[in-house]
Ligand binder design. Sequence first.
Ligand code: NDP
Length: 397
Amino acid sequence: MKTTLIIGAGGVSRVVVHKCVQNADVFGRIVLASRTLSRCEEIKSELPHGNIEVAKIDADITDEVVKLISTYQADIVINVALPYQDLTIMDACIATSTPYLDTANYEHPDEAKFEYKLQWARDEKFKQAGIMGLLGSGFDPGVTNVFCAYAQKHYFDEIHTIDILDCNAGDHGYAFATNFNPEINLREVSANGRYWQKNEDGIGEWIETEPMEIKMVWDYPEVGEKDSYLLYHEEMESLVKHIKGLKRIRFFMTFGESYLTHMKCLENVGMLSIKEVEHKGMKIVPMEFLATLLPDPSTLGVRTKGKTNIGIVADGIKDGVRKRIYIYQVSDHEKCFAEVNSQAVSYTTGVPAMIGAKLMLEGKWSGEGVFNMEEFDPDVFMDELNKQGLPWQIKEL
Ligand code: NDP
């Protein structure tokens, strides 16, 4: 029987654990380890029929993770803690020759970089250890990369442009809250925007914009028209390397008026800063303090209504003819909550994390080294999405 080690016990983890238990024949014994043991116990208590053990771990310390992996003889590590722990957990996987999967690129707590550099730099060590590391197996990154690979495989000789379109039309009733870890979410949306395109000489370059500078209105199926803002998002960094003939890639996300107004005010007074400030003789990081004040994303599920729609629009050439297709997935917050006690943002991240791990354990996605999602055959992943609760649609535009 396999042993699956899941690190982190937040919103995404809850979904991963539920889904691994639903696929117990593949995942076997589940060890759920996190910084706060009571959060692991809470998730375990929701699944009395599951084969789950819990453990306490500080995943910032590589040696502790090595010890944990060795104690339980894990066959795979699913990292759904925070991006700050990616490198320590990857290093522990190298030391113990254990396959690794995560859902977000590494970030240093003091400086948001949104890049894969330090994780890709471990490729050689993963090869030497004879193991596979799968990076970004959430929805975006994750499913969006697989959608691009699927479009490339079945619909195009060359894709010229890709727009990734992420809409969360859910309403949790709060004036301001984030749907996943507030620190990570607010860093991402308050940063400058960036997109990639080839210049006249055919050289790809990143074009930087002010935060929320570029806006378009997109009509999301089953949701309706929404203001969508250009952001930088990490999957673009790997897609520009792997999608043939690409000339431009952009990422858009929807935001409501209330969210944007709050963000602007918080930014204006310095509350989104990740630099330490002195307060009454203590050092505090404003963004961390704000995260403490905001609702815990894992408590939003019970009150969130509405849908998410995330997809990609690819434009290119097939047999000399121009083609434009839209692949997207719609999830309903209330349905997700009814199934796994989590809202759709955690659900749409946790299900692909489980699928990536399932394909690795089954040997359907295999390799030695560090990989992004679009490097594997998308068909098996697309089949699993339909079976595991994330059915998708394709439209020719
Ligand atoms: P949460 O904040 O809800 O959960 C994070 C968990 O990690 C908490 O249980 C936390 O412990 C634990 N943790 C933090 N630090 C450590 C540590 N040093 N050692 C052990 N455990 C630790 O986050 P989410 O569930 O919302 O997000 C999880 C991951 O998913 C993040 O990396 C996020 O960026 C990513 N994500 C990816 C998406 C995608 O589509 N690709 C979309 C959304 C999220 P404690 O309970 O003590 O705080």
